[in-house]
Every structure is written in structure tokens, then in C-alpha cells.
Design a protein around this ligand. Structure first.
Ligand code: PLP
Length: 439
């Protein structure tokens, strides 16, 4: 295809003016690599945006989508449903954290978050606790871009200047480099930061709080694993005060941490769980909210007969093509053992490889968990608060697609990555960081 005009697509979360001057176009993908229109090979150490967990270009998914399109391109999900959608929900339920086997489909992570908030509200009302309308999120958290998710955002630029709900309090940021620099896996220090939750509960009154929402491992905010004991204590406090706990697993779901979900890997069960992205290999937009069965039952019991139990949902929720892709993706996840691969030798290889960068002088932290990774660069006066950006740009020149978040670079390779590809990643990242060293 001839290069199209770059003037008309207003890209999300993009420095569009810089992009037009120096476009980074991706035309093809296969396995852990993507290719520019002129055929340059780029190692994708992000699985797209945490989407292509199975690697790019999975023929089985493409064929399943094609078959589904020819058989049934669309079925209305309001008052109707395609068998393939129910079949995929049943497949997901096999992997749900204990008790969360009711699944509400969406078509993005942002919609999953809005849906979870509404289900949380609906449950509180259904059980006669309608005063519980407040939410608690966390600094550095990312929960999508709709109004609910924007209000829960702990990343300043994503909320400043937009209308937000005023019923949200924030827990403190977990990234504490002085206390935890270069930790492997979960860091030791920081579970005591939950004193802040106790203070918020005391200040607001538990009877006014609907839910706490956190990413079990921070993703878009810079990949920050929780300190040892933090999630367990969070669960304890929520249970004690009868507050719902929502895990946003849009990034951490589907094998990223070495289990189907971080909740499973870390042994802490939320009441609601939001997902998207790799749910179907990332090829067709899709998301889903996993709901505790008795929460659904309580909402059903309280709803007047004769109408929907929840007045909420999207036209493309659980679309046949998206769920057909999901069933095909799960055949691969299961056959190739990809949901647990990150907990095995490749996860240890990844950890050792990342920490081999410790001698790079600009790095002040390295973090890893499962097949997630991050490095933090020392602040660079030339790029205030954004030391990752020039490295990210140089990575592209050096054949590496990674992601910059402020002073951090975050990584989440396809779960099929080989040791050789990890070595290649380290070589290209090291080179890129050293090349932008302050003069
Ligand atoms: C934790 C988390 N929640 C929600 C979202 C929003 O997902 P989407 O971009 O599909 O709307 C993201 C996206 O990266 C995310 O990382």
C-alpha cells in the first residue's frame, strides 16, 4: 500500500505533531516481531500494548474469525445471544479466580472499568447499602479514559483538565525507589502504606464507601509490583469494612504474571475483576468483567421482574467475532501452556536478563514480575519528567518497540518469547540507553 496521508487520523495518547515529522509505521507482525512498510524488523517487547500475548500473526485466530464472520457476523446482545459468546464465557469461567465465574463482556478495558463501577453501585443498592457511593483508587493507577476511569486515574496528565467525579480518594503511590531499588519480583518494603486506607475509611466512614480499585501490579503507570503483604492486607481491610475490592487486570490478565490472573498468582481474590486486551490474543477489541456469583445473584434478586437486571451494556459486547477469537486464543494458551509459562524458567531468564542491565549508569531502578519488566532512568534535565522518551525513540531506530512512561521504560513481551529474543532485547535496550547518555 502506498503511504497514506498522515493528516487525518488523530491518534490516541500520541505526540501527533512529532509523529508526522517522524512516523513510526507498523505494517506486519509475526511472532515477537513487527515490520515497517519497508520491511525493517522490530522486536516487539510490549506485545503491542499488552495485547498480543500469543505473539503476532496467529493463523488459528485469523481463521476462527473468518469462519465466524461467514457464519454469523453479528447478533444483538440485548435480549439475544450467539452460542459462541456463551461458550467463551464458560471457557473464561474455568480460569476465574474462586467464585468470580459470572462474566459481563465489553469491548475495551475502559468499558470494563465503567461496567465494574456500575455493578459495584448496583450491588450496594441491591443489598440496602445505597449510602456506599465513594470509591478509593491509587496514585499512579490507570483505569482507562471514560469518565469513571478518568476520575479513578492516579496519573495527573490523564485527569487534569477533564471533568471528573468528586467521590474518589487516593491511596499513596507504591513506587518507592529509595526503599526498593533493584528488587527482584515483589519488593519487601511498603505494605505499611495501607495505613492510608485505614485513615480514609476513618475519615469518610465505611458506610459511605462502595469499592477500592487497584491494579494488582501497576502497568501503564510504570510497572510497579506490590510490596510483599500489601494485597493480602488490602483484602483483609476491604473484607473487614465490607468494601468491594476490584482488581483491574487489563494488563496483568491472561498469563502475564505466570497464571491466568495476577489474583491467582498472588493468591488474593478480589470481588470484581476487569479485563481486556489479551483476553482473545488482542486481535479483536474485547474486554470482560468477572463478577462474584453471589453479587450477580443479589442484583438479580433485587431487580423488578420483567426487565433487564442491569440497565447497562454495549452493542458490541461479546460480539461473535471477538468471542470466536477468544475461543481460538484459549486453545493456543492451553496447548502451549502460555498461561503459566512466565512462572517457569523463561520468567527466571527474563528476570536475570533485565537485572544484567544494573551496570548501566543511567539506571536507578529495575523491576520485574512474571513477563513484565521496567527500568527507571535517572532524571535528565534535557527531558524533564520524560527521560524515557528519547530512549524509546532510539530503541525504535535500533529495532526495538518498547514503551516509555515518564522516566521509565516498561516491557511486556509476547508470552512466547525465546531466550534468544530476550538476549536481543537486552542488547538493543542497553545500546539505546547508552546512546542517549547525557553529553
Ligand atoms: C489497568 C488498565 N485498565 C484499563 C485500561 C483501559 O483499556 P483500553 O485502552 O482498552 O480502554 C488499561 C489500558 O492500558 C489499563 O492498563
Amino acid at each position: 500500500m502506498a503511504t497514506p496521508s498522515l493528516d487525518h487520523w488523530w491518534q490516541p495518547f500520541t505526540n501527533v505533531r512529532a509523529f508526522r515529522d517522524n512516523p513510526r509505521l507498523i505494517a506486519r507482525g509475526e511472532g515477537c516481531f513487527v515490520y515497517t512498510p519497508d520491511g525493517r524488523e522490530i522486536l516487539d517487547i510490549t506485545a503491542g500494548l499488552w495485547c498480543a500475548n500469543l505473539g503476532h500473526g496467529r493463523r488459528e485466530i485469523a481463521e476462527a474469525v473468518q469462519r465466524q464472520l461467514l457464519e454469523l457476523d453479528f447478533a444483538p446482545p440485548f435480549q439475544f445471544g450467539a452460542p459462541v459468546t456463551f461458550a467463551f464465557a464458560a471457557k473464561l469461567a474455568e480460569y476465574a479466580p474462586p467464585g468470580l465465574d459470572r462474566i459481563f463482556f465489553t469491548k475495551s478495558g475502559s468499558e470494563s472499568v465503567e461496567t465494574a463501577l456500575k455493578i459495584a453501585y448496583a450491588w450496594q443498592r441491591a443489598r440496602g447499602q445505597g449510602t456506599r457511593t465513594r470509591f478509593i483508587a491509587r496514585e499512579r493507577g490507570y483505569h482507562g479514559v471514560n469518565v469513571g476511569g478518568t476520575s479513578l486515574q492516579g496519573i495527573a496528565n490523564n485527569r487534569k483538565g477533564f471533568p471528573v467525579l468528586d467521590n474518589v480518594d487516593f491511596l499513596p503511590d507504591l513506587l518507592d525507589i529509595p526503599a526498593n531499588a533493584f528488587s527482584r519480583g515483589l519488593p519487601q518494603n511498603g505494605a505499611d502504606k495501607l495505613v492510608a486506607l485505614e485513615k480514609i475509611i476513618a475519615l469518610r466512614g465505611a458506610e459511605n464507601i462502595c469499592a477500592v480499585i487497584v491494579e494488582p501490579i501497576v502497568g501503564a503507570g510504570g510497572m510497579v509490583p506490590p510490596p510483599v503483604g500489601y494485597l493480602e492486607r488490602l483484602r483483609e481491610l476491604c473484607t473487614q469494612h465490607d468494601i468491594l475490592l476490584i482488581f483491574d487486570e487489563v494488563v496483568t490478565g491472561f498469563g502475564r504474571t505466570g497464571a491466568a490472573f495476577a489474583a491467582t498468582r498472588l493468591g488474593v481474590t478480589p470481588d470484581l475483576m476487569t479485563t481486556a486486551k489479551a483476553i482473545n490474543g488482542g486481535a479483536v477489541p474485547m474486554g470482560g468483567v468477572f463478577v462474584r456469583r453471589d453479587i450477580q445473584e443479589a442484583i438479580f434478586a433485587a431487580a423488578p421482574k420483567g426487565g433487564p437486571e442491569l440497565f447497562h451494556g454495549n452493542t458490541y459486547a461479546g460480539a461473535p467475532v471477538a468471542t470466536a477469537a477468544g475461543l481460538a486464543a484459549f486453545e493456543i494458551y492451553e496447548r502451549e501452556g502460555l498461561l503459566t509459562r512466565a512462572a517457569g524458567p523463561i520468567g527466571r531468564y527474563w528476570e536475570d536478563a533485565l537485572h544484567s542491565l544494573r551496570d548501566v549508569p543511567q539506571l536507578i531502578d529495575i523491576r520485574n514480575f512474571g513477563l513484565l519488566g521496567a527500568v527507571t532512568l535517572a532524571p535528565d534535565a534535557r527531558y524533564p519528567g520524560a527521560a524515557g522518551v528519547p530512549v524509546h525513540n532510539r530503541c525504535w531506530e535500533n529495532g526495538l518497540l518498547c514503551r516509555a512512561v515518564g522516566d521509565n521504560l516498561v516491557m511486556s513481551p509476547p508470552l512466547v518469547i525465546s531466550e534468544h529474543e530476550i538476549d536481543l532485547f537486552i542488547e538493543r535496550l542497553r545500546k539505546s540507553i547508552l546512546e542517549v547518555r547525557p553529553g
